[in-house]
Design a protein around this ligand. Structure first.
Ligand SMILES: [Zn+2]
Length: 407
């Protein structure tokens, strides 16, 4: 048996060499002996959702195509095959759960290389259809990691989704590895992503002196951006969810910014801040509870609430299918919006973008490219309106945050 297989491989190699020329043959030969599987690279894994709750399958029109090693492309004897079949009108059938698609390179009826792609389908978690007015979200990315630009931006561009980027200005200024460059940031701004601030050094506000807070949050932060061609900063996001409850920090922010993004929470952001807090039932987004200006309102223009995607991912053990379901529930959780007024807006806060979460080191964890792809596709397919910080305004008469409807 062993001899038969060996002969088979040698034979197909020879045929290949005979038709393709010596050079290609030798490359092919080296390839087989060194890295099996690299001749063909499967398309990225796919996460999909059924059309409606209760469905047990979905038809997908396009699951991508594998990448074939360039030197093999010219050989007409080699064909690519997979174990799924596509029907012309409907696409490819996938049941709920994970299906492994096997992609093969076949030469003279012999498989010479294989690669695998997982297609995971989740059941749509929705029981009711969300009204179009409530399909409004905001997509934030914190910290300005290079992976947002390198891995995330191609996906965002594919679905034409504009984000708000909270940049740690000192890290970019110091050319810290793992972060975007000023060129990256300026090009995102040019293509209508909103660039906002995330302090100079990402320190915990609770442990800073007043002078240091002024440096980290005040004018030096605005200058750090403007010196590098970024103007119009109006929001600062608190690093490590600290500082939003400290009146001294809020006073510094009040001099410099229109808004601040605050604590980590599961809440959908209420633009009128008319919500019951542990202290009181609020009526508006006024910064302080009274004219004495010493007690902060829990919800105010300097505590805009976001949903930390990473925190949720850790809670579901980085299970992308479960996380996709949580995402769908969250983005559909607004219920009060009207045609002209955005009263509730789910704000999703991402950090790093990674190829997968196989590492246990938090520095290599984040939203996987296949999960981000599924989530952005979901927003595009369901006609969600995606807002950025540029759309935020403040109604000084009513003490409300306003979000301008798109034209
Ligand atoms: Zn941060």
């Amino acid at each position: 048996m062993n001899r038969g297989i060996l002969l088979g491989i040698t034979f197909s190699g020879l045929i290949f060499g005979f038709y393709g020329g010596y050079l290609i043959f030798s490359e092919f030969h080296d390839k087989k002996s060194s890295m099996v599987g690299e001749d063909i690279v499967a398309p990225t894994n796919i996460l999909a959702v059924t059309k409606t709750n209760g469905d047990s399958f979905v038809y997908l029109k396009n699951i991508g195509t594998p990448v074939i090693k360039e030197s093999l492309l010219n050989n007409k004897k080699i064909i690519v095959s997979s174990n799924v079949t596509e029907s012309k009108d409907q696409g490819i059938f996938f049941p709920v759960g994970t299906t492994t698609v096997t992609w093969s390179l076949v030469n003279n009826d012999k498989i010479i290389a294989t690669a695998y792609q997982n297609v995971t389908v989740i059941e749509n978690p929705l029981y009711t259809k969300t009204h179009q007015n409530n399909k409004r979200v905001m997509i934030d990315f914190d910290d300005g990691y290079a992976s947002i630009y390198n891995l995330g931006l191609p996906i965002l561009d594919k679905y034409n989704i504009k984000t708000t980027q909270y940049i740690i200005c000192g890290n970019i200024r110091n050319f810290q590895t793992g972060y975007m460059s000023w060129d990256n940031i300026r090009s995102m701004k040019e293509s209508e992503h909103s660039i906002q601030s995330h302090t100079i050094s990402h320190l915990n506000a609770d442990s800073l002196s007043n002078a240091k807070i002024k440096e980290e949050y005040g004018q030096p932060l605005i200058d750090c951006f403007s010196e590098n061609g970024i103007n119009g900063i109006k929001i600062v996001a608190f690093p490590l969810s600290a500082g939003w409850d400290d009146p001294e920090i809020i006073n510094i922010i009040d001099d410099t910014y229109e808004f601040a993004r605050g604590s980590s929470t599961n809440n959908v952001f209420q633009t009128h801040c008319d919500k019951s807090s542990i202290y009181s039932i609020q009526k508006n987004c006024a910064t302080y509870t009274s004219m004495e200006q010493n007690e902060l309102n829990m919800f105010n223009r300097y505590n805009i609430l976001g949903w930390k995607h990473d925190v949720k991912q850790r809670q579901v053990n980085f299970d992308d299918a479960l996380m996709f379901s949580e995402f769908i529930k969250f983005v559909n959780s607004a219920s009060k919006n009207t045609e002209t007024e955005t009263l509730e807006i789910p704000i999703i806060v991402y950090h790093r973008v990674v190829k997968d979460n196989s590492s246990s080191n938090p520095r290599f964890q984040g939203v996987s490219t296949s999960l981000l792809e599924a989530e952005m596709k979901y927003l595009a397919d369901n006609n969600f309106e995606v807002f950025t910080a540029e759309d935020f305004g403040y109604d000084e008469v009513n003490n409300w945050i306003t979000i301008m409807p798109h034209e």
